[in-house]
Structure formats: C-alpha cells, structure tokens
Ligand binder design. Structure first.
Ligand code: FES
Length: 178
C-alpha cells in the first residue's frame, strides 16, 4: 500500500548525502535492464523495485534519483510509485498486518477485527508502531472469502479470525512494545 503525503510547490523532501540509487544499481540498470526496454521511462518499475527491495520503501530522494538517471520527470516516477501498492512511499514496519475490508469479510466481522488489531498495537490503520515492528493496513479482497474474515500477516494468510485471536497471531511474528 503506497501512502502519499500532500505535496506542494514549497514542499521540502528529506535528503541524505548518500544516494539511494547506488552505483551498483545504476550499473545493473544499464547493463541488464536498459537493453530489455525501448524507452528509459519503461525502466521506471525495475528501478523502483530495486529501491523498494533494498530499503523496504521508496524515499522521495530516490524518486528524484531515478528520474535523473532515467532522464524522465520526477512526477512520472512518482505517478508509477503511487499507483502500485507494493511501492511504499513512507517507511513501513518490519511486519505488515493487512486486514481484508471487502464485502465478505466486512459482513463476517471485519470491523471488529480491524479494531482488535488497532487495540493490540495501539495504532490506527495506515500507521506503524513506535518500535517499527508493525504496520497496519486494510486491503481489498484477499481471495479467501470462504474463510472470512481474513487477515494477512506478512506472507501468512489467516482465515476465520476472531478478534480474540489477534493477540496470539501478532505474538507469533514477534513481540512489540508501544
Ligand atoms: S472479501 Fe475478504 S477475502 Fe474476499
């Protein structure tokens, strides 16, 4: 899930001295990726993948760096990054808790399930715990409607989850403090 902060002409983005798009990444893009595509713009997604994979999210500085390297507008890179849920535009926790909010799960008790996760972690949807361990999001249908309500914790799907199950499921992936 990509989360976008409001931007404006006066917005300042956080910068660090060290580039996110490393010389090794540039080399890989040049040698392995560029030959596969007709345009540099088409290399946006592979470049974003590299950043997402290396850092767990896509900082605004990295979007600038990709744009400069590909010779495209930063807005074009941001368009792509904000469209796909797998690119994160802000840091996320070590563990991702995704509650399905689509209709079958909603009818089968999803609101109480989301509330149980919020209570257990002390955060709202879209937020990350202070210790950086958990991020909570809601997603559309996880394809597990027969086991509604469903919840995905990292790569593990849990079906027929009751609110009372939540503390145990969270404890399975790691303790946290908030
Ligand atoms: S509606 Fe929740 S898994 Fe399909």
């Amino acid at each position: 899930m990509a989360w976008i902060t409001k931007n404006s002409a006066t917005a300042r983005i956080a910068r660090r001295e060290q580039p996110y798009l490393t010389p090794a990444m540039k080399d890989d893009l040049t040698k392995r990726v560029f030959p596969r595509y007709e345009t540099r713009l088409a290399c946006t997604m592979p470049a974003l993948h590299m950043i997402q994979h290396a850092y767990g999210w896509v900082p605004a500085q990295a979007i600038d760096e990709i744009a400069a390297f590909l010779g495209v507008a930063p807005a074009e890179v941001l368009d792509t990054a904000s469209f796909y849920e797998e690119y994160w535009l802000k840091p996320r926790g070590t563990h991702l808790v995704s509650v399905c909010r689509s209709i079958a799960c909603e009818f089968c008790g999803q609101p109480a399930l989301t509330q149980a996760v919020k209570d257990a972690l002390g955060i709202d949807v879209g937020e990350t715990t202070d210790d950086g361990k958990f991020t909570l999001i809601e997603l559309e249908c996880l394809g597990a409607c027969g086991g509604a309500p469903a919840i995905l914790i990292d790569e593990t799907l849990h079906e027929n989850v009751a609110p009372a199950d939540v503390p145990r499921l969270l404890a399975q992936v790691g303790p946290h403090g908030h």
